[in-house]
Design a protein around this ligand. Structure first.
Ligand SMILES: Cc1ncc(COP(=O)(O)O)c(C=O)c1O
Length: 388
């Protein structure tokens, strides 16, 4: 690769706040719009920061949820040890916005990406990668050598999820030896993210599954140390297990993402002693307008697949008791009223809890950031679409 991918892919990606003066009433925002309630969002950041500080764990928030440098900066201001990015392109945007400590949580195996990583590593320290294959280690080492750069790495452990990571202990030890043989790769520890546990409903069920997976991971950490590898970083966990994994002594930091914004998928998993997960507030909503009513008992809003991402559950209307949303195409959804229930009228605004925050955020250019009914700024989702 002679011209780095970044120069083709990102001519402009500003993450700067766009002020709205005078502030705009929510009733005047063009819909569908992704709204961020700034007070609720800040309370979520504070709660997580306090919880993990008390548990003596680092916070390494996952920026895949928000893809927004302003939010990443606020997380760092509250003491985060760095942020995570799902992909190299996401990390590139965050680093361009001045957020240097970034862990890329997906393994990289192709030379175009390892080349970009090496260029980024040369520019400023703070980049950390995960590896899970000899090919990935070798390609990374080759690119770093070509650019005279070095990076920290974690070995990605597969918690029997079958997505990424190394599953068997002996394979982990072999990969660690291979990393050690590359002077430009500094082995710092392991990543262990149990994505298949995050949404297990019921706190106790989630707790026992998470602890079981972690006990295998800790055994592997001990095995690495017995073979002379230092394991300073044990990173993993997410919103669903933040209050479970933070009790494990060996865990050093939590990669929590959704807690900052929240969505319906997470609300329904329940908390300790509650049917819904109430530790964090729904700070993210999508505002829509009721635009058509072809039949009684239902009304059509101006947001469908292009405005809500969901692999399973539906968006949940706020302040319309008993109503249900049904997808009705790319740009539309139908709100079905409960018999005798309250019904929005044509032109009314209807806000929704998003089914799944991360991929929904990825559909929008910016958050409309509001306080007390007024939007005072747009925060660019600068890394939206950065999925390579
Ligand atoms: C590797 C990794 N870490 C952390 C997270 C954050 O998880 P959550 O949004 O559940 O807090 C994710 C989310 O998919 C992830 O893939």
């Amino acid at each position: 690769v002679t011209t780095p991918i970044s120069e083709h892919a990102f001519p402009t990606r500003s993450g700067d706040r766009i002020p709205i003066e005078p502030p705009l009433p929510l009733a005047d925002v063009p819909t569908p719009a992704l709204l961020l309630d700034e007070d609720a969002f800040e309370r979520n950041l504070d709660r997580m920061a306090r919880h993990l500080e008390h548990a003596r764990k680092g916070v390494r928030p996952h920026a895949k949820t928000h893809k927004c440098p302003i939010i990443a900066r606020r997380q760092i201001e509250r003491g985060a040890v760095g942020v995570c990015a799902a992909k190299v392109s996401e990390a590139w945007v965050l680093r361009r916005a001045g957020i240097t400590d970034v862990l890329v949580t997906s393994p990289v195996v192709d030379s175009a990406r390892t080349d970009l990583i090496a260029r980024m590593a040369r520019e400023a320290p703070g980049l950390m990668l995960v590896v899970d294959s000899p090919l990935g280690v070798d390609r990374l080492a080759a690119s770093l050598g070509a650019h005279d750069a070095a990076v920290d790495v974690l070995i990605d452990l597969d918690p029997r999820m079958g997505r990424t990571g190394v599953r068997e202990a002996e394979d982990v030890y072999r990969l660690a030896d291979r990393v050690l043989a590359c002077p430009r790769l500094h082995l710092r520890g392991v990543q262990h993210y149990c994505g298949h546990v995050m949404h297990v409903e019921g706190f106790e069920a989630r707790r026992s599954r998470s602890l079981e997976h972690w006990s295998h991971a800790i055994e592997i950490c001990e095995g690495l140390e017995a073979r002379g590898h230092a394991v300073a970083v044990v990173s993993g966990g997410g919103t669903g297990t933040f209050d479970i994994d933070s009790t494990i002594e060996r865990v050093t930091d939590l990669q929590v993402g959704s807690y900052a914004l929240m969505d319906e998928q997470y609300r329904v998993i329940g908390g300790p002693g509650s049917a819904t997960l109430d530790a964090f507030e729904v700070a993210l909503t999508v505002l829509t307008t009721a635009i058509s009513q072809p039949a009684a008992g239902a009304i059509t809003v101006d947001c469908g697949f292009k405005g809500f991402a969901s692999e399973s559950i539906a968006p949940v209307p706020i302040d319309v008791p008993g109503a249900r949303y049904r997808f009705a195409g790319d740009e539309h959804g139908v709100l079905l009223f409960a018999p005798g229930g309250q019904s929005p009228r044509l032109g009314d605004r209807v806000a929704f809890v998003t089914p799944h925050c991360d991929p929904t955020v990825n559909l929008y250019d910016h958050f409309w950031v509001h306080r007390e009914g007024l939007v005072h700024a747009l925060w660019p989702i600068a890394a939206r679409g950065c999925s390579w």
